[in-house]
Design a protein around this ligand. Structure first.
Ligand code: TLP
Length: 348
């Protein structure tokens, strides 16, 4: 039986062009500053984000952690959304490694932070107060159905932070999905932030890696932090070569993933037991709620039909990506429908 894997866009394998580029990549020792392919990727990443410099890191998690380490002192607070990936999925590195405290303000359904909430959460050192060191945004906002923040949403929060002398970091793991969904260059969405992480290993389909981008001075600090974390990689051009192809070839096709996600959402809305508002799906991430009985039964029935999804009951997730076409979406919907029918019937 063929498996359709919609757990994440992280499951993508390198494209044939990437594999070829990896084989042919010109290499050097990057810790010694000698890898031309890594340098080319970093220059491209900085340019695509409208920043002075970039550093190639092993993952989005490492990029976000390095941003926190590079902006904050130990004992500082980071203000971010209640649904932030940094809070939910990064193994508390912000606390365990960077020694910072996460202070949350609510994300609205569109993934936005209310600037007034951010302002109210900012604290300066006095007595036992831990001061704010950084404000962090996320675009697209994964847990808010991959919602897109506009340039105006970003600026509204960045203005508040900057008025208080605070830097802003953007977890832009899927920033190109946001840019494609809005039909704007990614630089429009990063202009107001001081640092940004984006991933090569999600919709862009490269096997490994992310970039952290910012000013020359900030990236120098981040490079030191990367080495400290054991993230200095030697002939890393083999990985950077795939990232270059991702940037050159894979960005415009993200629109296809968004269309497939919309198709998926519309189909899911017709399945008894499933609750979803297709209008809330803006990019390639499709969360839905299962209300047809025990979630573990439903998930088992989905999996036994050769469909992989992620999330935890009652909130499951499907993510479209390179390698998933319209027919796969139809087949996934058939599998979900059959699993749902059987799960509902088993309940009564
Ligand atoms: N997200 C993964 C899981 O960790 C949930 C996924 O499958 O979506 N920021 C955002 C917004 C992310 O969605 C992710 C990965 C990361 C950072 C971390 O990237 P990696 O996995 O490269 O450390």
């Amino acid at each position: 039986m063929r498996t359709i894997d919609l757990r994440s866009d992280t499951v993508t394998h390198p494209t044939p062009e990437m594999r070829q580029a990896m084989v042919e990549a010109e290499l050097g020792d990057d810790v010694l500053g000698d890898d031309p392919t890594a340098q080319r990727l970093e220059a491209m990443a900085a340019e695509r984000m409208g920043k002075e410099a970039a550093v190639f890191v092993s993952s989005g998690t490492m990029g976000n952690l390095l941003a926190i380490l590079s902006w904050c002192n130990r004992g500082d607070e980071v203000i971010l959304g209640t649904e932030a990936h940094i809070l939910w999925h990064e193994s508390a590195g912000s606390a365990a490694v960077a020694g910072t405290l996460l202070r949350t303000v609510p994300n609205d359904a569109g993934g936005r932070l209310n600037p007034a909430d951010v302002e109210a959460a900012i604290r300066t050192y006095r007595g036992g107060v831990s001061p704010t060191g950084l404000v962090a945004l996320e675009n697209t906002q994964n847990r808010c159905n991959g919602a897109v923040l506009t340039a105006a949403d970003t600026k509204a929060v960045a203005d508040v932070a900057h008025n208080h002398g605070l830097p802003v970091h953007l977890d832009g793991a899927r920033i190109f999905n946001a840019a494609v969904a809005l039909g704007v260059p990614a630089t429009d969405l990063t202009e107001e932030v001081d640092s940004v992480t984006f991933c090569f290993s999600k919709g862009l389909s490269a096997p490994i890696g992310s970039a952290l981008c910012g000013s020359f001075e900030f990236i120098e600090r981040a490079r030191k932090g990367r080495k400290m974390l054991g993230g200095g990689m030697r002939q890393v051009g083999v990985l950077a070569a795939a990232g270059i192809i991702g940037l050159e070839q894979m960005v415009p096709r993200l629109a296809e993933d968004h269309e497939n996600a919309q198709r998926l959402a519309i189909g899911l809305a017709k399945v008894p037991g499933i609750v979803i508002d297709p209008a809330s799906i803006q990019t390639n991430i499709v969360f839905f709620e299962w209300q047809g009985g025990p979630g573990s039964d439903f998930l088992a029935k989905v999996n036994e039909r050769g469909l992989k999804i992620s999330g935890a009951a009652p909130r499951f997730r499907m993510v479209t990506h390179w390698g998933i076409n319209g027919e796969d979406v139809e087949e996934a919907l058939e599998k979900i429908e059959a699993a749902a029918k059987e799960a509902v019937a088993a309940k009564v």
